[in-house]
Design a protein around this ligand. Structure first.
Ligand SMILES: Cc1cc2nc3c(=O)[nH]c(=O)nc-3n(C[C@H](O)[C@H](O)[C@H](O)COP(=O)(O)OP(=O)(O)OC[C@H]3O[C@@H](n4cnc5c(N)ncnc54)[C@H](O)[C@@H]3O)c2cc1C
Length: 514
């Protein structure tokens, strides 16, 4: 059952087995699996409930309506654009739907470093299989490659690099190209059209435009949540919703979960909440071709290059290359105009020729983290700077991008630094090594907000245990990107969903139905 603020005429007292906060990748799966197991579920979602009719394919409208801070959230140094959605379905409503399993080497690293339990490939396999089936994960079919994908594939093959079709969570994709603006065809298999409606069909009560504000704790156990309905237009506070629950599952995302706990001043004995903030800061390279590219149609990253996912070092341990996925980029014109460098001749030339513009985007496996803190009004401040080896990775990504785009036949490559750097021949590529990448000299996108309440058995370094239960507050689970131990080195949504599914199974085994 979906409940809008206008359906509620007075303050409410509700009770359920499980109260889930947030309906994105983590919360959607958790609510769905709890409802499927026959538990009563209340799902609280701060953002409004939009449907395909609302997705008008205008980037300006959709950024403002779907994204936190209207799409303009940024790190304190203004270098990374922090991207997350606030609506039923969470950031999966805006995501590209690239769906990767966690690389086994990353599971091994986390298991070693954080003494994680239950995270071997074998233990997670059934959860990946279950989620992949539910959201129809399959390799992008050739007919949905756009010319940017084909060109980057051509360039990679000319250079002898390995690439492959990227697995996607879509069904009946028409290739309109508006993924970040919300899918107007319900083809992208976000939580909005999969797990959330399934939870609702199985009896879950989903409150949209309803912000969880206070965690209720008795004798060290979470026993419920106090939430506030908000006007979907202007967020003006309305009636209160008080929920009593045996289990509270926090899934507000890398930003929302940390903010909720910091505002509550709880589950933070060792001051780890908000720390270890990863963003996977993605740089971009642009290129002008003599043929139509139409990067803004079909699947954004139908094809991807994984060859540089892991860092390669020399015998002295010095960085050589890698530490990112190299993907084709896709931005609609209005967003591209904001991401291209500044003003003037170069900017005008690229926008005038936008149908012939292609480019790349990095999923950068960052290792130098930041933190989320609250300002005096309780709003999040993102302290994060691209630095250290992450700069080397960025420069390497830009150089590899220039190589692949030139090999694909680009007339010129634009590195969007300030001032912009134009590269027309491979011998000019080393100029990228002299870019400072200091704050304000390049735009990075930060769509993967992770590990601000990370998991692990070491209570001094981790906020929850291996299965997501808070080390301090019993019956409080954290099941979203905030509770991953770190960067996944690929897009994280499938990992978040599989971890959430595993926690659902754990809860079902340890908290039998009364
Ligand atoms: C433009 C873009 C493209 C992306 N592309 C990909 C991709 O191709 N592949 C991939 O794997 N990942 C992609 N991602 C990242 C992916 O979408 C996120 O990593 C994932 O959705 C995070 O899941 P989550 O559950 O942690 O949080 P979210 O999905 O962000 O959900 C959190 C939800 O909690 C709600 N919430 C927060 N606080 C409260 C509160 N106090 N009360 C009630 N509700 C609250 C929020 O409103 C939000 O709806 C992309 C992200 C963006 C922005």
């Amino acid at each position: 059952m979906m409940v809008q603020p206008s359906d509620v005429k007075h303050d409410l007292n509700e009770a359920a087995d499980v109260c889930v906060i947030g309906s994105g990748a983590g919360g959607g799966v958790f609510a769905g699996e709890m409802a499927e197991a026959g538990r009563s579920v209340i799902l609280l979602e701060e953002g409004p409930h939009y449907t395909k009719e609302d997705f008008d394919q205008r980037s300006d409208d959709m950024l403002a309506r779907l994204y936190g801070e209207r799409g303009w959230a940024a790190t304190e140094d203004l270098s990374v654009n922090i991207l997350y959605a606030q609506c039923v379905g969470g950031s999966t409503v805006c995501y590209w739907a690239d769906s990767f399993r966690t690389p086994p080497d990353r599971l091994e690293l986390w298991t070693r470093e954080f003494r994680l339990k239950g995270k071997s490939e074998e233990e997670l396999r059934p959860h990946f299989e279950k989620v992949e089936k539910a959201i129809n994960v399959h390799p992008a079919p050739p007919e949905l490659f756009n010319n940017n994908n084909w060109l980057i594939k051509k360039g990679a093959e000319a250079l002898g690099w390995q690439g492959e079709a990227v697995t996607q969570a879509r069904k009946g994709c028409v290739g309109c190209g508006y993924a970040m603006e919300g899918c107007a065809y319900d083809a992208k298999q976000s939580m909005l059209v999969t797990y959330v409606p399934r939870a609702s069909e199985r009896g879950a009560k989903v409150f949209s435009s309803c912000r969880a504000e206070r965690l209720s704790v008795e004798k060290g156990r979470a026993v419920g949540v106090e939430a506030r309905l908000l006007d979907p237009q202007n967020k003006a506070p309305g009636h209160q919703v008080r929920v009593r629950a045996r289990i509270v599952a926090l899934a507000g995302g890398g930003v929302g979960s940390a903010v909720f706990l910091l505002r509550n001043g709880t589950a933070n004995h060792h001051h780890q909440v908000g720390k270890n903030f990863y963003t996977n800061p993605g740089a971009m390279a642009w290129a002008l071709f003599d043929q139509d590219v139409l990067m803004y149609r079909k699947i954004p990253a139908a094809y991807g290059i994984k060859q540089f996912r892991q860092v390669r070092v020399n015998e002295r341990g010095e960085y050589v290359e890698g530490g990112y996925l190299l993907l084709p980029n896709q931005l609609q014109p209005a967003i591209a105009a904001a991401a291209l460098p500044g003003f003037g001749e170069v900017h005008r030339r690229y926008m005038q020729n936008f149908p012939r513009v292609g480019g790349t985007y990095a999923i950068l496996d960052d290792e130098n983290t930041g933190e989320i803190v609250l300002d005096a009004s309780g709003n999040p401040v993102f302290r994060y700077t691209v630095r250290g080896r992450d700069k080397l990775k960025t420069r390497d990504f830009l150089k590899k991008s220039a190589s692949v785009l030139l090999a694909a036949g680009a007339r010129e490559v634009l590195i969007p630094s300030s001032p912009p750097l134009l590269i027309r021949e491979t011998r000019e590529i080393p100029a990228i090594d002299s870019l400072s990448l200091a704050p304000g000299t390049m735009v990075f996108g930060g769509p993967h907000l992770l590990a601000t309440c990370r998991r692990g058995e070491d209570i001094t370094r981790c906020v929850t245990d291996s299965y997501g239960e808070s080390h301090e507050i019993k019956n409080l689970f954290i099941v979203d990107g905030s509770s991953l131990p770190g960067s996944v080195s690929v897009d994280p949504s499938l990992t978040i969903m599989a971890f959430s599914s595993q926690t659902a199974q754990y809860v079902n085994e340890h908290w039998p139905m009364p």
